[in-house]
Design a binder for this molecule. Structure first.
Ligand code: HEC
Ligand code: HEC
Length: 455
């Protein structure tokens, strides 16, 4: 039997059990009706609960991967059915019913036994279908540099690629950056060749003084520019030379983007970087994750070659308090990002990544600057009045909804820079990440955002 058939068999048995639970419920109700003195509320309640439990467990089984399905079936579901059968026996006995076992029940028992034997047998066969690997296996223990760089790749691009979508992982980097030669998106540097340039950047004249001088503290990140040994303990490089290396430059670029702003990619005359500090919310990478990302960036331009990587593997990392155990980075990336609307607003917005590009009043850490400040209570009515507005919205909520689902409908003009905000930068995939309820909540929230008093 093929694993797929195996799956189908299990789903089939689960459905049969659910139907059986409902059948028993109906049977009990009928019997109670026919018999004087049988307590219909009590027995109906008990068997109704069984029917609902069977039904919800069946539904639950469809959301599990094969291995978990088996475990759940044998550890939980089967027991429920056994207890159901025993309770049913008690019911029939206690009401001294005749014909306690109608033919359909005998048939059911026979069929269930055969199915279980079959299922048990197929469970012995090697599992061929590729379910996601057990989570710990991929990240615990000794890694090779290739695996570590791959971990960095997954943090950046996510584990799963969805056809037609930009692949974006926890690190969110591809929202802004491109990685292949010649692929430019406009507002952020292409990270192709970053390993090479990382050694030269610090030698540029600009580096010493712009936008802040070496040795000065950069306020938004709290990092001292150009001093690798003054990086907070948790993220500090543990080995290697005393001078500022290429690794230090990349580390500084992601932990303190404003320590050095690549020419023409900054705001306010290149004095501030629009890139988020990746060890702070919403991205919040851990020490090991930052190292993995650096390992990927240092090796990606030379596939299969890891000589240029200078970060330590987790197991060789003296400052890594977690030993060789790497945090579980796979869980977030396995599932595509999705927001149901049950989360609080801060979590919803962080999960979607809006703070990377937008400053949003009321959302902590949302100080992104690649897109307009979201002051929609005032902005939206103005946009709709703009003669250039070609969208369909007639009020604030509609405008906000349109901006989220179809950002290109109206491209906002950036007064401060004297040019339009980049069209095509805001992802067009939010409709796939939001439930209807979540979109409503988000639209409600964004529609009432306004500039904080006194600014
Ligand atoms: C919101 C957009 C945005 C996101 C998200 C973002 N960056 Fe950036 N990044 C920029 C911009 C803009 C610059 C150029 C300004 C500067 O130097 O800080 C930059 C600069 C850099 C540089 C320096 C490049 C050079 O040529 O010197 C590195 C390295 C870098 N980013 C890595 C990353 C990594 C890794 C991630 C993901 C963990 C990331 N960035 C996420 C916008 C972003
Ligand atoms: C990669 C950066 C990026 C991300 C992530 C992003 N946006 Fe945007 N957004 C932009 C840019 C750039 C514009 C301006 C250009 C345009 O209008 O299309 C914009 C425009 C908007 C506007 C119109 C603003 C106005 O004043 O007219 C709204 C509303 C908006 N975004 C909401 C969101 C929300 C909500 C999220 C998260 C679900 C989000 N954006 C995520 C870059 C981004």
């Amino acid at each position: 039997m093929l694993p797929e058939q195996h799956d189908i068999l299990f789903s089939f048995i689960a459905i049969a059990f659910a139907l059986f639970g409902i059948y028993v419920f109906a049977n009990v109700i009928l019997n109670c009706r026919e018999r004087e003195g049988a307590n219909i509320t009590k027995w109906g309640g008990i068997f109704g609960a069984f029917a609902i439990a069977c039904f919800s467990m069946t539904v639950h089984m469809f959301s599990l991967v094969q291995a978990d399905q088996l475990a759940f079936f044998f550890s939980t579901y089967l027991w429920l059915v056994v207890i159901l059968l025993i309770t049913w026996g008690v019911f029939l006995k206690s009401n001294s019913m005749e014909a306690q076992s109608p033919p359909i029940i005998r048939g059911f028992f026979f069929w269930t036994t055969v199915s279980l034997l079959l299922a048990g047998y197929t469970n012995w066969l090697p599992q061929q279908r590729s379910d996601p690997p057990p989570r710990e296996a991929a990240v615990v223990g000794d890694l090779t540099m290739e695996e570590f760089a791959e971990m960095g790749r997954v943090i950046i691009f996510g584990a799963k690629q969805v056809a037609g979508q930009k692949s974006i992982g926890k690190g969110q980097c591809p929202l802004c950056h491109t990685f292949d030669p010649g692929d430019h998106m406009g507002r952020c540097p292409n990270l192709f060749g970053v390993e090479k340039r990382s050694h030269d950047r610090v030698k540029e004249n600009r580096y010493a003084t712009s936008p802040i001088a070496v040795g000065e503290v950069e306020p938004s990140s709290g990092i001292v520019k150009g001093k690798w040994d003054e990086v907070p303990e948790e993220y500090r490089r543990q080995h290697g030379p005393d001078e500022f290396t290429g690794e230090d430059y990349i580390r500084e670029s992601v932990m303190c983007p404003t320590c050095y702003v690549v020419k023409d990619f900054g705001n306010d005359g290149d004095t501030r970087s629009p890139m988020p500090v990746i060890i702070k919310p919403p991205i919040s990478l851990s020490r090991t994750e930052v190292n993995a990302v650096i390992a990927y960036l240092q090796s990606k331009d030379t596939p299969g070659e890891f000589a240029t990587v200078t970060v330590p593997l987790p197991q060789d990392d003296a400052g890594n308090t977690g030993g060789a155990v790497v945090e579980d980075t796979s869980s977030d990336e396995d599932a595509p990002v999705f927001v149901t609307g049950n989360e609080d607003m801060q979590t919803m917005i962080n999960t979607l990544g809006c703070p990377l590009c937008h400053t949003i009043p009321g959302i902590e850490g949302a100080v992104g600057e690649l897109g307009p400040k979201l002051h929609e209570k005032i902005n939206a009515p103005q946009r709709i009045k703009d003669p250039n507005y070609k969208g369909k919205a007639t009020n604030t909520r509609e405008y906000v909804r349109e901006s989220i689902l179809d950002p290109g409908a109206y491209v906002v003009f950036n007064e401060a820079e004297g040019e339009s905000f980049p069209d095509g930068l805001m992802p067009t995939t939010f409709s796939e990440m939001l439930s209807v309820r979540a979109l409503d909540k988000l639209v409600d929230f964004i529609s009432q955002t306004e500039a904080p008093a006194g600014s």
